[in-house]
Design a protein around this ligand. Structure first.
Ligand code: HEC
Ligand code: HEC
Ligand code: HEC
Length: 432
């Protein structure tokens, strides 16, 4: 009786074993057969990851000038010193090839590397922390699907005590989870999705919100305008108060291509953002624009401009001499492209300087920056080109031409500006 029982058990076990072996090999062959289908799901996730990486500017920050995409080594000038982005290709030695999805998620969410060291918030994890698990997984798959490249980032040069990473724990406790203001959630579903994208992977506030002394976004000032790499990132809450109020179509075109009718082209640090957004999904762009529109106070340009003091030419003779010097420089160096009779025919139908944000802003910062840096063309970048005048004009000449340009193209109050201001701005750049 007992022996029969044991035999039966052995028999059952044997049967089970064969079934399991069969299942295993059947599953294996099934898996082999099914590979194209599973691959298609992976491909869709990788494609989504590529779109999200475009929204997150990963390649912009993780590529050194002239370097291989995602291999790191780009310098970041911060008030605390120079920091370099790292290699995020799947190279096992120098990149993130050995990182699991969980480890990647922890870096994106908490700013902690697998060996436990804390990452600097120049890496916008205080925004990426708001990404969904599915979106982080897609970006991971996309990054891991790319070619592994061997590249070691240069050593950071940070001032004491900022090179001491454990200090970041305090920073994280104070600021890391704050970067998603204002907390008003739009009622409209498209705008709600846009808010998610803007606050998380898009990290628009990283530039468009003023920073406090510790380099964190100032609480209560979301999208009210910031300064980045010497440029003004204008307020995104006053888009209807420009000389021509932005429309939905214009904002979509601007974000996707860097140019829009009736508005200046994207320059400075916004240019790589729009270059990158060119590879984002059109639906995501529309969602972000729907959200931006909910941030507008609804004031039209006419309202704010009634307060403008105008810029009647000053009667003081030094001012007049200055405007004449500026006018001469403008005719010589700028009018071929920006003069009334220069339609910039080779550059497409671009709007007059009088419509641009730079010439109408309260601060001359971007007007001076664009004169110094120009707008880079070529190298596969799209959009208009303007030469850099940093080496062609001195500080006093740039101040004169900027003051003249303001008086000619804007009805806003004149800028008070001299050579020392230009000298100061020259130094506020990532490319000294
Ligand atoms: C504004 C610039 C910027 C953007 C945008 C950016 N990063 Fe980074 N990232 C950095 C910097 C700088 C570091 C290095 C931080 C440090 O060393 O403490 C970094 C570090 C990382 C790390 C840690 C790597 C390591 O070896 O420790 C990962 C992972 C990473 N970034 C992924 C991404 C992904 C994915 C995106 C896009 C969704 C992205 N980053 C967008 C600047 C950026
Ligand atoms: C790396 C910093 C940076 C990031 C990130 C960034 N911007 Fe900008 N943005 C700027 C700067 C600088 C300007 C001014 C560019 C100029 O004058 O040509 C600007 C200009 C703009 C303008 C034009 C404003 C005007 O009236 O002229 C819009 C709209 C805009 N950004 C939207 C966005 C959105 C939406 C995002 C997120 C997807 C974003 N930006 C992310 C730096 C940034
Ligand atoms: C080769 C042609 C060219 C020359 C020369 C040139 N620019 Fe430009 N500039 C451009 C283009 C193109 C743009 C982008 C126009 C656009 O699409 O908004 C631009 C943009 C600007 C802007 C930003 C407008 C805004 O608000 O977005 C300012 C300010 C400016 N130029 C000033 C000057 C000054 C001052 C000079 C002379 C010292 C000068 N430019 C010379 C082609 C030129």
């Amino acid at each position: 009786m007992r022996r029969r029982f044991i035999a039966a058990v052995v028999c059952l076990l044997a049967l089970a074993a064969t079934v399991f072996t069969f299942r295993a090999s059947w599953l294996a062959s099934f898996a082999a057969e099914q590979k194209p289908t599973r691959g298609a799901a992976d491909d869709a996730s990788i494609r989504r990851g590529a779109e999200l990486a475009a929204l997150g500017d990963c390649a912009t920050c993780h590529t050194a000038p002239g370097g291989a995409p995602f291999a790191g080594g780009r310098a970041f000038a911060t008030p605390f010193g120079t920091l370099y982005s790292t290699n995020i290709t799947p190279d096992a030695q120098t990149g993130i090839g050995r990182w699991s999805l969980d480890q990647f998620g922890r870096a994106m969410r908490e700013g902690v590397a697998p060996d436990g060291h804390l990452l600097y918030p120049a890496f916008p994890y205080p925004h990426f922390t708001h990404m969904t698990d599915a979106n982080i997984a897609s970006v991971y798959r996309f990054v891991m699907s790319r070619q592994a490249l061997h590249a070691v980032a240069p050593k950071n040069h940070l001032a004491f005590p900022f090179e001491f990473r454990p200090l970041l724990a305090g920073w994280n406790r104070l600021f890391a989870h704050r970067a998603a203001e204002p907390s008003l959630v739009p009622a409209d579903a498209l705008a709600r999705r846009g808010k998610y994208l803007v606050d998380s992977v898009g990290h628009c506030a990283a530039c468009h919100t003023p920073l406090n002394v510790l380099g964190a976004e100032k609480s209560g000032y979301a999208f009210e305008g910031g300064v980045i790499e010497g440029w003004e990132a204008p307020a995104l809450t006053t888009l209807l108060r420009r000389p021509k109020p932005w429309t939905v179509d214009q904002l979509e075109a601007y974000l996707r291509t860097g140019v829009a009718s009736e508005h200046g082209a994207a320059a400075g640090p916004m240019r790589p953002v729009t270059d990158s957004l060119g590879a984002a999904s059109a639906d995501d762009i529309s969602a972000m624009v729907a959200y931006l529109m909910t941030l507008q106070a609804g004031q039209s340009s006419a309202l704010s401009r009634t307060q403008s003091t105008g810029s009647a030419l000053s009667s003081s003779s030094t001012d007049r001499a200055r405007l004449e010097r500026g006018a001469t420089l403008f005719e010589g160096a700028c009018a071929s492209c920006h003069g009334a009779a220069a339609p910039m025919s080779t550059l497409g139908d671009r709007p007059s300087l009088s419509l641009g944000t730079a010439v109408n802003s309260q601060t001359p910062r971007n007007a001076i920056r664009v004169i110094l840096d120009g707008i880079p063309g070529g190298n596969g970048t799209r959009g208009p080109f303007m030469p850099a005048f940093a080496k062609m004009l001195d500080d006093a000449q740039i101040a004169d031409v900027a003051v003249y340009m303001r008086s000619r193209f804007s009805v806003e109050a004149p800028w008070t500006l001299d050579r020392a201001d230009v000298a100061k701005l020259r130094k506020e750049t990532v490319n000294p």
